[in-house]
Design a protein around this ligand. Sequence first.
Ligand SMILES: NC(=O)c1ccc[n+]([C@@H]2O[C@H](COP(=O)([O-])OP(=O)(O)OC[C@H]3O[C@@H](n4cnc5c(N)ncnc54)[C@H](OP(=O)(O)O)[C@@H]3O)[C@@H](O)[C@H]2O)c1
Length: 254
Amino acid sequence: MTAAALPVAVVTGASSGIGAATARHLAAAGHRVVLTARRKDRIEALAAELAEAGHQATAYALDVTDRPAVDAFAASLDRCDVLVNNAGGALGADPVASGDPEDWRRMYEVNVIGTLHMTQALLPALTGSGAGTVVVVSSTAGHATYEGGAGYVAAKHGARVLAETLRLEIVGTPVRVIEVAPGMVKTEEFATTRFRGDTERAAKVYEGVPDPLSADDVADTITWAVTRPPHVNIDLLVVRPRAQASNHKVHREG
Ligand SMILES: NC(=O)c1ccc[n+]([C@@H]2O[C@H](COP(=O)([O-])OP(=O)(O)OC[C@H]3O[C@@H](n4cnc5c(N)ncnc54)[C@H](OP(=O)(O)O)[C@@H]3O)[C@@H](O)[C@H]2O)c1
């Protein structure tokens, strides 16, 4: 297939973790991938690595909370078949009584409004593709709460509701909506960002857990769902490590 004929997959938050792994997996599965994130150097390096391996990949620096920038990005695309709304994350782990409202706002902005911006801007192209896919990377935090998690949990519930509602609203159009809700995934930056660079506290999240999920595990799951035939809609895929039976019940050794 020529490059122009390959389905185009846009991945947000492709500069690290699950997003970067998803870009690699979707490229290997035959997509022309468009990598977006704020850190241009990282997505450019990944696009170069993928091109070197014979894949079609481009990088576009983008903050998903910036609507004019998102609209300009959408206008720059010649087609879009898959949108993976992965950009997001947590800030802090404070109880409701003392959580910083600014953290809550920022989490809502990136996890919910960012997903809304991207989905609204790319929906016409996804529909025009004749077989579009919207993926929302939510979290098990979008399905059950835990102490200290309310700000993130509330934002991920918002992302989940966006996915569920969109599916209802666009039924009958050639676009499906897939929610992937990962549990504990050991990525380089997620917990460090959450705890504002405190790597010791971040390491404790995964302490003693035999095999937390990797970014590759989640990317594999996303890619499986995306590569089902277009009439097959995987509404929701919850994926956790075997050692995690629920948000609260985690098996730790040592
Ligand atoms: N790790 C876990 O345990 C886990 C579990 C369930 C769900 N998740 C979800 O999975 C997704 C990826 O998590 P991860 O573990 O791979 O974390 P990560 O490595 O911290 O990745 C977050 C990505 O989001 C991007 N991002 C953040 N703010 C952005 C913005 N305003 N505009 C555009 N991009 C932005 C970051 O790139 P830049 O900084 O370069 O912009 C980065 O590429 C997140 O939505 C997270 O909530 C993670």
